[in-house]
Design a protein around this ligand. Structure first.
Ligand code: URA
Length: 422
């Protein structure tokens, strides 16, 4: 087989043969395909797309490039959630213990943040002693005994994707729906879950800004999941503004604990409960997540999950040494609080990383003291910036220069959950 033939086939808009796909992914994962040829193929896919059955073969080949987890010994129905990423998206920290407390096992393998959206592992690492790394057998025991894990995905899960993602990143082929869908779904299917709910975000702070693009990605992923025997559904959720009030690491852990204790912001609770309902339906469990949350059982499972991975919640979460506010320049109603700007500000304060190997600050972040729809008076604080390094305030403030709009009338907020795709 010759790589140029595959490139030409796709360049001319034809379907790749199953054998060609398997041949390519296997060799690419082994480092045997020159990057320029792999890049040409991904660019051809970017422009020409893939047919549904072609994409299934591609996704399966990515799964087959590495290990898959066997969760058959867990003894509970397994169901996971994947979010395409948003600002202030700390939903997993609440949802995993909540759905586990409802009787499911939630095997969430997660990643670290890059750019303006935070990573779940970075957030949990703000807890003293908590470790993301787990062996496969420790995962199965914890799922059986506690019901939930949030852990780092091992390098052996879909290694072809790791390599391909790096290549897409430097060849401007990240935002291709078949490549996004196969990348996400290969990792989630390899994780061994029976069911999966996708939280596909759209709007200013989302990776896919247009709802039509987000819908197309959601439909593609739902189809791939179901075709691979993983019961899959997707929620399309709005990411024009920050989810909840906190964007950062320790600050998001604190907000998640607030929700687990019966408080926290209403928007965060709404998205979490909508995802929990869908997960429980797919898992075939008849439980009311709002009731379980109110009972305190989700909080107990959270404590067990954290302790099982070495975390010590008796140690206070770290606090930033410096705080500064951004104040309202006029009176009225907040009509816009741009998620992307807040995400970039949190990142510049130290909460996120630019390169994969950069460390993150546990304490840095932004707290939204007011949210869209609320009334403010000129001079009132709108945002609180937190960091250990006060030199970062200037750049963070610059990111927020156009973040907030105030008008004379309240504007109705878009619905948080725009649609459910099953
Ligand atoms: N997240 C992934 O895991 N892969 C993509 O291609 C895009 C987002």
């Amino acid at each position: 087989m010759e790589m140029v033939d595959l490139i030409k086939t796709k360049r001319d808009g034809h379907r790749l043969a199953d054998g060609q796909i398997k041949w390519f992914i296997q060799r690419f994962a082994a480092g045997e395909i020159p990057d320029e040829q792999a890049a040409a193929l991904t660019m051809a896919i970017y422009f020409r797309g893939m047919e549904p059955d072609e994409l299934n073969v591609w996704t399966q080949a990515m799964i087959d490039s590495g290990d898959t987890l066997d969760l058959s010994g867990v003894g509970r129905p397994t169901v996971d959630k994947h979010s395409t990423g948003g600002v202030g998206d700390k939903v997993s920290l609440i949802l995993v213990p909540l759905v586990a407390a409802c009787g499911a096992a939630v095997p969430q393998l997660s990643g670290r943040g890059l750019g303006h959206t935070g990573g779940t592992l970075d957030k949990l690492e703000a807890i003293a002693g908590w470790k993301a790394e787990m062996t496969a057998s420790a995962m199965v025991s914890q799922l059986r005994e506690v019901g939930g894990i949030i852990a780092g995905a091992s390098a052996d899960i879909a290694p072809a994707d790791r390599r391909m993602y790096s290549l897409r990143d430097v060849t401007s082929t990240v935002d291709s729906i078949p490549l996004i869908a196969s990348s996400i779904m290969s990792k989630k299917i390899a994780e061994g879950t029976d069911a999966l709910v996708l939280d596909v975000k759209y709007g200013a702070g989302a990776f896919l800004r247009e709802i039509d693009k987000a819908r197309e990605a959601a439909e593609t992923m739902v189809r791939i999941g179901n075709d691979h025997g993983v019961r899959t559904a997707a929620l399309l959720t709005n990411m024009d503004t920050v989810l909840g009030r906190a964007a950062g690491n320790a600050v998001e852990v604190q907000e998640s604990i607030d929700v687990l204790e019966g408080g926290g912001p209403a928007d965060l609770l709404e998205v979490t409960l909508a995802l929990a309902d869908e997960m429980l339906q797919l898992a075939g469990l008849d439980a009311d997540p709002a009731e379980v949350l109110a009972s305190g059982r989700a909080r107990e499972v959270f404590d067990q999950m954290i302790a099982a991975q070495g975390g010590d919640l008796s140690v206070d979460l770290p606090q930033a040494a410096h705080r500064s506010t951004v104040d309202a320049t006029e009176s009225g109603y907040i009509t816009r609080l741009d998620a992307l700007s807040v995400g970039i500000a949190a990142w510049r304060l130290g909460a996120g990383r630019t390169r994969k190997e950069d460390p993150v600050s546990a304490v840095a972040g932004v707290i939204c003291l007011r949210k869209p729809g609320q009334r403010v008076s000129a001079g009132e604080p709108l945002l609180e910036l937190r960091t250990d390094d006060p030199e970062r305030f200037t750049d963070a403030r610059a990111a927020l220069a156009e973040a907030v709009a105030v008008g004379p009338e309240p504007r109705s907020n878009s619905p948080l959950v725009a649609d459910i795709i099953r």
